[in-house]
Design a protein around this ligand. Structure first.
Ligand SMILES: *[C@@H]1O[C@H](CO)[C@@H](O)[C@H](O)[C@H]1NC(C)=O
Ligand SMILES: *[C@@H]1O[C@H](CO)[C@@H](O)[C@H](O)[C@H]1NC(C)=O
Ligand SMILES: *[C@@H]1O[C@H](CO)[C@@H](O)[C@H](O)[C@H]1NC(C)=O
Ligand SMILES: *[C@@H]1O[C@H](CO)[C@@H](O)[C@H](O)[C@H]1NC(C)=O
Ligand SMILES: *[C@@H]1O[C@H](CO)[C@@H](O)[C@H](O)[C@H]1NC(C)=O
Ligand SMILES: *[C@@H]1O[C@H](CO)[C@@H](O)[C@H](O)[C@H]1NC(C)=O
Ligand SMILES: *[C@@H]1O[C@H](CO)[C@@H](O)[C@H](O)[C@H]1NC(C)=O
Ligand SMILES: *[C@@H]1O[C@H](CO)[C@@H](O)[C@H](O)[C@H]1NC(C)=O
Ligand SMILES: *[C@@H]1O[C@H](CO)[C@@H](O)[C@H](O)[C@H]1NC(C)=O
Ligand SMILES: *[C@@H]1O[C@H](CO)[C@@H](O)[C@H](O)[C@H]1NC(C)=O
Ligand SMILES: *[C@@H]1O[C@H](CO)[C@@H](O)[C@H](O)[C@H]1NC(C)=O
Ligand SMILES: *[C@@H]1O[C@H](CO)[C@@H](O)[C@H](O)[C@H]1NC(C)=O
Length: 829
């Protein structure tokens, strides 16, 4: 019985327990169900709240966000299977505009949020800090402003925090140090200020740290030495100071270090290369480093790129660099390297072992001696070889023509003697050849006509003699041709007048003879023409007036006769110097009507008759008409200052605003030396190797800069600076927005005056006329086409020119409203 009782009790117990368990189970099930119900409703509301703050949805993503479909099926939304809760929201690159709703903070199961490449503006909502499961947050390439919310530090599971390419301000919150799981921290291309917080040293999982293109200052914190997994460190374009940051010496994991354009100074440790066995890229441009380039770098055998321009390095390029078999890029432009001694260039011999070398730039230093014949044994992959502005003498070795892939050869401003080797004609890939300002003699070889890809040819300031070779007529890509200050004789070959691509001709101070043919009218892209101080004779052909783009004409000091041709259709003519010739007849009245004219000199001719009293002649100095004894009018009695006008090249000033790293020296006085280098931006030089595309420097290179420049000006965005995400993103950003959404990508600060009071939607740009919008699309399309990743897809200068001409006409026709915009656009054109 006792047993029974016991057993009864036991069974009762089991039964009660079972009932209780069932009850418990059903209770918790019910509870769970209602919790799930509540939460999935919350997600629904949160998503609708997010939708409600979208003002532009060009690809109509949000049509699918409606009641007839479960929210888990809405475009960009992904739910977890277990809880029917949103775990991922990905609306990348859909050109959405609006603000980021704080309702997103209610999506408490969210682990990935990607709103990159849209046009979200205003602040990052604090409420995102309520997403404890968030691992991936990418808000890059938007217009977000305000500070980085400090309480994002509550999202302790974050592995990627990607906020680059916005306009965030303020400091990097020190609380970021709580995000100890972070692997990627991208804050570059914002407007962040203050120091790099020491707490970043807490982020010991970090592999990529991008802080470039901000306004950060102070020293790199010592705590960074704890980031032992760090592979990529981008700090370029800030105001950081101190020595080469000592904590970095602890980080043997580093593959890329970019410190360019900061205020770092001091010596590099001689052991530098030994600390970084994995280093591939070292960018130290535009700092104030002194001392020698550490020869230990030769031990960092994985090195691909060494970029040290614009520092104060002394000594020489270490001979051990020949060990760097993978080296693609070596740039030491503008330092104090070399001793001016005969063996300075011995390092060239060792570099012949770097069989992948594509770019070698040692211009702007003090290298002396002669160029060794081994230059011809450098990598046949070499595309750019620059060593202008040194003290290198002797002949140009003919072996240089082994470098058949050369695209840019710049040896200007040295002491080279002898003649230009005939073998130069083998360098058929050359886009730019600069031999300016040397002591070269002899004739220009006929083989130059083999260089059919040439875009820039500068031979000025030498002692070249003989005729201009007629074969130059084969170089039908030529934009800029300079041979001023030589001893060239004979007539200008007829073939040259067929080159309608030419934009600039520098031919002053030679002994060229003969008349200018009527074919001069073929030069219909010409902006700059200088034939001063030659022996040209005959009439100036009327067809000169067909060169509609001409801005500057210098024909001073020849024997030209006849009347001044009609140039009244040249809308941009700024400078006209026909002084010291034998011109006769009256001063044509059209000159007074040339509103763009700023500099005029007609002195020392045989001009006669009355001087017009309007236009440029009404503040005019007597000097510019002196030596014309038959002129009459009150002018001669006046003693005004000469109105010498220096043309400022606005286009380039704009271009190089923030990247004064242009690897070329500034143009000197062009009328004198014609020493005017191709305008190849630092980024361009770099990106070409980044993609390993073997891009041509030449036109296509220049076109690339031009394209990026257009995109920069009109979007107010800058291209990026490191190896892994190059300026192609800017290109992509604009490309995807065109044509309908051009308003969203425009630089709203620059065009502030064009916005109407309304701050959203189509009224945002209410002051701009439809036609003007079309013009803008046109301009941006040019920018996109010129900055195509593959050089082959880029527009040619001629194509750009004709497109711009059309746009320009349209603008001029529709000159009403949108004034600032128009000024900006016309400025560029
Ligand atoms: C939420 O979940 C409940 C229970 O699974 C379901 O009945 C309801 O339809 C869901 N609501 C939404 C908006 O998903
Ligand atoms: C709701 O979304 C579905 C799925 O995308 C779409 O087919 C439907 O047309 C939408 N309904 C409305 C009223 O927009
Ligand atoms: C979601 O978040 C918003 C703003 O953060 C808040 O006002 C609202 O009450 C929340 N909604 C729900 C359903 O929790
Ligand atoms: C974030 O922090 C600020 C102050 O630091 C606080 O006022 C705010 O309530 C916090 N927001 C959330 C969502 O935690
Ligand atoms: C963030 O988004 C940008 C733009 O789409 C993308 O290029 C980048 O790779 C993303 N970053 C990370 C770390 O995923
Ligand atoms: C950084 O880590 C230390 C300990 O490792 C901790 O005391 C400190 O609070 C952390 N700092 C931040 C900002 O998280
Ligand atoms: C960035 O900051 C600088 C200086 O603080 C300021 O002049 C500039 O306008 C800011 N740019 C943006 C886009 O906020
Ligand atoms: C960095 O390296 C130095 C020796 O080079 C060592 O004394 C120091 O403790 C290291 N720091 C860290 C944080 O590892
Ligand atoms: C670097 O050299 C320039 C002149 O070439 C000089 O003006 C400057 O002071 C030098 N800077 C340092 C840090 O030595
Ligand atoms: C010119 O180029 C042709 C091939 O295009 C080549 O055969 C010839 O040798 C070159 N001439 C010179 C002088 O280099
Ligand atoms: C140019 O050639 C003439 C005659 O051949 C010579 O007298 C003159 O010195 C030369 N000028 C220069 C600058 O070489
Ligand atoms: C100059 O302009 C005035 C007024 O615009 C016009 O009357 C005159 O014909 C023009 N003269 C010439 C030579 O084009």
């Amino acid at each position: 019985m006792e047993v029974f009782t016991t057993s009864f009790n036991f069974h009762t117990f089991l039964a009660i327990r079972a009932v209780f368990l069932v009850f418990l189970l059903s209770f918790s099930l019910q509870h769970a169900a209602s919790a799930a119900f509540l939460s999935n409703e919350t997600d629904n509301l949160a998503l609708l709240g997010f939708k409600s703050q979208i003002t532009e949805d060009p690809s109509r993503v949000f049509v699918s966000w409606n009641d007839s479909v479960h929210f888990c099926q809405w475009t960009g939304v992904k739910c977890g299977l277990r809880h029917v809760r949103v775990i991922r929201l990905n609306l990348k690159g859909l050109r959405l505009a609006g603000t980021i709703s704080d309702h997103l903070g209610n999506l408490s199961f969210l682990n990935s949020l990607d709103l990159a490449e849209n046009a979200f503006h205003e602040k990052i909502p604090q409420q995102l800090s309520r997403l404890p499961r968030l691992q991936y947050l990418n808000l890059s390439f938007n217009y977000l402003t305000g500070e980085i919310p400090a309480n994002l530090s509550h999202c302790v599971k974050l592995k990627s925090l990607v906020l680059d390419h916005n306009t965030l301000v303020g400091k990097i919150p020190y609380q970021v140090g709580s995000l100890t799981k972070l692997v990627n921290l991208y804050l570059r291309n914002n407007n962040l200020t203050g120091i790099i917080p020491g707490s970043i040293g807490n982020l010991t999982s970090l592999e990529k740290l991008h802080l470039s293109y901000n306004n950060l200052e102070g020293e790199v914190p010592v705590s960074l030495a704890r980031l032992t997994k760090l592979r990529i460190l981008g700090l370029s374009v800030n105001s950081l100071s101190g020595e080469f940051p000592p904590p970095l010496y602890n980080l043997s994991s580093l593959e890329l270090i970019s410190l360019s354009l900061n205020n770092f100074s001091g010596n590099l440790r001689s052991e530098l290369g030994n600390y970084f066995p994995n280093l591939q890229i070292l960018y130290l441009a535009n700092c104030q480093f002194i001392g020698s380039i550490p020869s230990s770098l030769a031990n960092a055998s994985k090195l691909l790129e060494l970029d040290f321009p614009v520092n104060n390095f002394t000594g020489n390029i270490p001979k051990g660099f020949g060990n760097l078999r993978n080296l693609l890029w070596l740039n030491v432009w503008n330092n104090h390297l070399g001793y001016g001694k005969h063996d300075d260039l011995d390092f060239v011999n060792s570099l012949t072992n770097c069989s992948s070398l594509q770019m070698l730039h040692f211009g702007g230093n003090q290298f002396g001696g002669t160029l060794p014949h081994s230059i011809g044994n450098l990598s046949s992959q070499l595309q750019r070889l620059l060593f202008f502005e040194n003290r290198i003498g002797g002949n140009i070795p003919r072996e240089i023509s082994n470098l058949v892939n050369l695209n840019l050869l710049d040896i200007g401003s040295n002491n080279f003697i002898g003649s230009i080797p005939d073998s130069i004609g083998r360098l058929t890939n050359l886009g730019a050849l600069n031999l300016v300002n040397n002591l070269l003699t002899g004739v220009i070889p006929f083989s130059i006509g083999n260089l059919t890809e040439l875009v820039y040819l500068y031979l000025g300031l030498n002692r070249l003699e003989g005729n201009i070779p007629s074969t130059l007529g084969n170089c039908n890509q030529l934009l800029k041709l300079g041979f001023s200050e030589n001893n060239l004789t004979g007539t200008i070959p007829q073939q040259l007048f067929a080159l309608s691509s030419l934009t600039d001709i520098f031919a002053s101070n030679n002994s060229l003879t003969g008349p200018l043919p009527v074919d001069i009218g073929n030069w219909n892209h010409l902006t700059y023409l200088d034939f001063s101080y030659n022996n040209l004779s005959g009439m100036i052909p009327q067809t000169l007036g067909k060169c509609l783009t001409l801005g500057e004409i210098y024909m001073k000091g020849n024997s030209l006769q006849g009347t001044i041709p009609n140039l009244e259709d040249l809308p941009d003519l700024q400078s006209l110097d026909l002084s010291l010739n034998n011109l006769s007849g009256p001063i044509p009245h059209f000159i007074a009507n040339l509103t763009s004219l700023h500099y005029l000199n007609l002195s020392f001719n045989n001009l006669e008759g009355e001087v017009p009293v309007t236009g440029i002649f009404s503040n005019l100095s007597a000097d510019v008409l002196s030596g014309n004894s038959k002129l009459c009018g009150g002018i001669q009695e006046l003693h005004l200052q000469p109105c010498i006008y220096q043309k400022t090249r606005k286009k380039h000033v704009l271009a190089l605003k923030r990247r004064n790293l242009n690897n070329q020296p500034a143009p000197q006085d062009r009328s004198k030396s014609a020493h005017f280098y191709p305008n190849i931006s630092y980024e361009e030089l770099r990106t070409a190797t980044e993609y390993g595309m073997g891009s041509k420097v030449s036109v296509v290179g220049d076109m690339y800069s031009f394209g990026i420049l257009i995109l920069e000006i009109f979007t107010g965005r800058r291209p990026t600076d490191t190896l892994f995400q190059a300026s192609s993103t800017l290109h992509h950003f604009v490309e995807t927005a065109l044509p309908e959404k051009v308003m969203e990508i425009l630089d709203k600060t620059a065009f502030h005056g064009e916005m109407s009071k309304a701050t959203c939607g189509e009224e945002y740009w209410g002051n701009i006329k439809k036609e003007q919008m079309e013009c803008l699309v046109g301009i941006l399309e040019i920018g996109v086409a010129c900055s195509a990743e593959s050089p082959r897809d880029r527009l040619t200068m001629t194509q750009v020119y004709s497109k711009l001409t059309l746009i320009r006409e349209k603008f001029l026709q529709r000159g009403d409203g949108g004034h600032r915009l128009q000024v900006k656009a016309l400025d560029l054109i």
